[in-house]
Design a protein around this ligand. Sequence first.
Ligand SMILES: Cc1ncc(COP(=O)(O)O)c(C=O)c1O
Length: 413
Amino acid sequence: MFDVQSVRSHFPSLQQTHDDRQVIFFDNPGGTQVPRNVVEAMTHYLLHDNANHGGAYATSRRSDTMIDDAHRAMTDMLGASSPDEIVFGANMTSLTFTLSRALGHWLKPGDDIVVTRLDHDADVSPWMLLARDTGANLRWVDFRPEDCTLDMDDLERRLSRKTKLVACVYASNAVGTINDVKTITEMAHHAGAMVFVDAVQYAPHGLIDVKALDCDFLACSAYKFFGPHEGILYGKYDLLDRLPAYKVRPAKDRPPYKFETGTQNHEGIAGTLAAVEYLTSLSGKSHENASRRDRLSLAMKAIEDYERDLVSRLIAGLKQIRGLRIYGITERSDFDRRVPTVAFRMEGISPRRVAEYLGEKGIFVWDGNYYALAVTERLGLEDKGGMVRVGLVHYNTADEVDRLLDSLERLRA
Ligand SMILES: Cc1ncc(COP(=O)(O)O)c(C=O)c1O
């Protein structure tokens, strides 16, 4: 049984009020709140260990030890083979641009790069610009507007011997669909292409297993899984090793260092390590002797089960509201194919107005395209204000869902 009140006690910011009402954070796909241990780890780093990399003195050694620990923590979180496969950087977008620039060495005019319409633009524009710079072609894979699931037949059609890279999102930040990344990877590899996965939105909701997925690269962001603003890129060691990096001459010429350009955000890395520790702790005291990976697996399973009930309640309630249309998977039997990120529109009321109304009531949601530009364009909503997005995580409660539904009913009335 998942004890949500105990979970919430770790997150000081959840106590915030707005006009005397407790704030409800449903803007989680835009960034999650952080538990106390993350704040403390960052403060501790800055107060006690703050130093540059590679010095011959105590704070620098402690700082380097922490950074090594963080690489190991992310190795466990993603199921990677080695800490050398984990690259830290500013955010997912910047890391993806860095990688795309390096991959440019392996592309030539006439090659194909495959992207999907379900993706956030951070997994589209870097590849679009790479295609522009190398003379490669960009091929789009469509999704089905009815339920916003990826059209796998269309993917099959786009793949050929010319395909060098397939970039796809693990879970959509707009409509919540989880892609079948394992199958996508198998199909891409069969065609001889590499696979890049944008796991930013999947990371707070389920266990990532890069070995099981067999993807070549995967990126995520700690600020979406209860950590600070920090990006993480996974790459198969052999690929990272062979890829030429844009680096300064004195920096080490091996992964991950050759991609970790300049001085890193050490306090952000300390906070990321603490976020992984927080997630690990959710497996409970009885599993304290299990490996970190096993504990993370138990924790993410508990999160998944809890969130599934919560999103069922949300979607069932939204369906009752007159003139409200949900974009994405709405059948309970398919909820293992979605994260609890739900996008909708209300007839006759703009998404901005809905978000403003809820904001006044202390319920924080997003509206617009949330950079999932291809999604709102495909749905014909880009020039209509996009959609309202409600994104739940494991610290949200059934009462919060009910308060949202009640407010939407009132707005409708
Ligand atoms: C699915 C997805 N991909 C990529 C990004 C960009 O991540 P970052 O802000 O770390 O660059 C986001 C941010 O919202 C996202 O939701």
